[in-house]
Design a binder for this molecule. Structure first.
Ligand SMILES: [Zn+2]
Length: 331
């Protein structure tokens, strides 16, 4: 609670000069406490502060928040800047979000132009910030992770979290940074990181075997979010729209899509959760005879998913089931 503390420090010399009696000091103190309390109530409700003994971490959107939660467990209190059901691309910040970014012990952002306002606020703050794409670039440069294989990061594509292998590197980067920021709990972060990396490795194995033997290998998506995933598992992604969701597909793109569907026997066109149903209907109409299904880009959980207890791994397994159905994969 920085604001009330500042009020008290600057007001004390004026409110209680050295000559003041004990009673006057007491009155001044009571007034200050009341003022401090009301300032706190006006701009920082008590629920906004991390519970005592927990590290305040701000994460830019769901997959990063999930990585922090999995690594930090009960030691961290994570605030996700992107609301449930929200749209993280080009997220705009409220003044309160900016306060949270300034006050957090650690801020975790993706970087790479995915959320320019978030990146700018994170650059302005004085405390430590983990820029995930920079950390992944550094890992690839060091050759520290065999995980990258041939894969360098795709220029301009931020969607690294949809590759369960790159997500392991995200988790490792979070674990290393938390251990530096909060060294007293370094062992906790190391074990949390290792445990979640093992779960992600198991998820990767499910994708590998699940997508090994399929009738088709082309996926058509309305939001070009699955490039890393496609590259990892030998699929080809054809996007109807582009890297940013909610754009309307143009007639030329829809014509090409219809050709592709005919040529390759595509049965399913995937849309993200945030894509309007109008866009999905347009796609289905133009590419006649195809199903429109959700392939979740995991940019934010919906309220329904939160209530159902869904998380990164469970939503990715849903995605795998839908991919297998669309591509006619054998067991
Ligand atoms: Zn996206």
């Amino acid at each position: 609670m920085r604001a009330p503390a500042t009020v008290a420090v600057t007001a004390t010399p004026r409110a209680a000069p050295p000559a003041a009696t004990g009673a006057a000091r007491l009155v001044a103190l009571v007034v200050l406490v009341a003022a401090g309390g009301s300032v706190a109530a006006a701009c920082r409700p008590p629920s906004d502060a991390p519970p005592a003994g927990r590290l305040a971490v701000v994460a830019a959107f769901y997959p990063l928040a999930e990585a922090v939660r999995q690594v930090g467990g009960g030691r961290v209190a994570v605030r996700d800047l992107t609301p449930v059901g929200g749209e993280p691309h080009d997220l705009e910040l409220t003044p309160r979000d900016v306060d949270r970014i300034e006050d957090a012990t650690l801020v975790v952002v993706l970087g790479g132009g995915f959320q320019p306002a978030v990146d700018a606020a994170a650059r302005r703050r004085r405390g430590p910030t983990l820029v995930v794409l920079d950390a992944l670039d550094a890992r690839a440069g060091r050759g520290a992770s065999e995980a990258h294989g041939s894969g360098r990061l795709r220029a301009g594509d931020p969607h690294v979290w949809l590759d369960p292998v790159l997500m392991q590197d995200v988790v490792r980067a979070v674990g290393e940074r938390l251990a530096r920021v909060d060294p007293g709990y370094a062992a906790r972060y190391r074990s949390g990181s290792a445990a979640y990396v093992r779960r992600l490795a198991a998820l990767d194995a499910r994708f590998r075997s699940g997508l090994a033997r399929c009738e088709r290998r082309t996926i058509v998506t309305s939001h070009d979010a699955f490039g890393y995933l496609a590259h990892r598992y030998g699929l080809e992604q054809r996007s109807v729209v582009g890297l940013v969701p909610d754009q309307e597909p143009d007639p030329k793109t829809l014509g090409e899509l219809a050709d592709l569907v005919r040529r390759e026997g595509i049965t399913t066109v995937f849309t993200g959760r945030s894509v309007s149903s109008r866009v999905a209907e347009t796609i289905a109409r133009e590419a006649g005879g195809v199903r429109v299904e959700v392939l979740d880009p995991l940019e934010a959980l919906t309220g329904e998913q939160v209530r159902a207890g869904a998380d990164y791994v469970s939503v990715m397994l849903d995605n795998l089931r839908r991919l297998r159905r669309a591509l006619d994969c054998r067991p």
